[in-house]
Design a binder for this molecule. Structure first.
Ligand SMILES: [Fe+2]
Ligand SMILES: [Fe+2]
Length: 227
């Protein structure tokens, strides 16, 4: 089942959109961010029903969907969503995918995270290949304003919040040109893969904390030690 979903995703992104890069990335980002919304929906429902509560998971999954939203906005600013047919396909697949992942997350959070690990890993390699093939041209083009705001000039809290495995030190990359932007997106996808791996560990529901929770706790430690 997991392999089937991933194969369908790869078919659309690699085969249908193989030679139209920005439209391809637009479709990829529209579909690939949906699982975070599915996770949030189920976790929110559990909270509402009083079953279970973990604020850190909600916080990080929201930051991840916020991160993917900015990838999407960057692709839109580059013209990836120009054609009605591309928007129609991406949005309809996204709606169907939402419900599939909701069901999967209810049945098995571990498999739902494994699915996302595979999708994010594919996204990482898609951007890595693109960077290697177009490095020189990308370095001559300006970074979209939305990327400059998200990665450098805006409030960086949400960007830091997806960096769950850096141990409280945050990546603050440069955004001088379009190459930097795609490099940053690729590194975001890498961070998503790592987070999905961590969340598949058996005790993840108890042991997982958001980066800012860890960072704040680390800063508070010396004060506690004095008491
Ligand atoms: Fe992305
Ligand atoms: Fe991602």
């Amino acid at each position: 089942m997991i392999r089937l979903i991933v194969s369908f995703f790869v078919f659309i992104v690699d085969v249908v959109y193989g030679n139209r890069s920005y439209a391809r990335f637009y479709v990829l980002e529209t579909i690939a961010r949906v699982p975070y919304f599915s996770y949030l929906s189920v976790l929110h429902l559990y909270e509402t029903l009083g079953f279970w509560r973990r604020a850190d998971l909600l916080k990080v999954h929201f930051a991840e969907t916020w991160n993917e939203l900015h990838h999407l906005l960057i692709m839109e600013s580059l013209g990836g969503n120009r054609y009605w047919g591309d928007r129609f396909l991406a949005q309809h697949v996204a709606v169907a995918y939402y419900w599939v992942v909701v069901l999967l997350y209810v049945l098995s959070p571990m498999y739902a995270y494994y699915l996302m690990e595979l999708i994010e890993n594919h996204a990482y390699h898609t951007y890595d290949d693109y960077l290697n093939a177009h490095a020189a041209a990308l370095k001559t083009q300006p970074a979209p304003q939305v990327a400059i705001e998200y990665y450098r000039d805006g409030d960086l809290y949400m960007f830091e919040e997806v960096q769950t495995t850096t141990g409280g030190t945050f990546r603050h990359p440069q955004v001088d040109n379009l190459y930097d932007v795609f490099l940053n997106i690729r590194e975001d996808e890498c961070a998503h893969v790592k987070t999905m791996e961590v969340l598949q560990e058996p005790d993840a529901r108890q042991s997982f904390y958001s980066p800012h929770t860890v960072f704040t706790a680390a800063k508070a430690l010396p004060i506690d030690a004095e008491l």
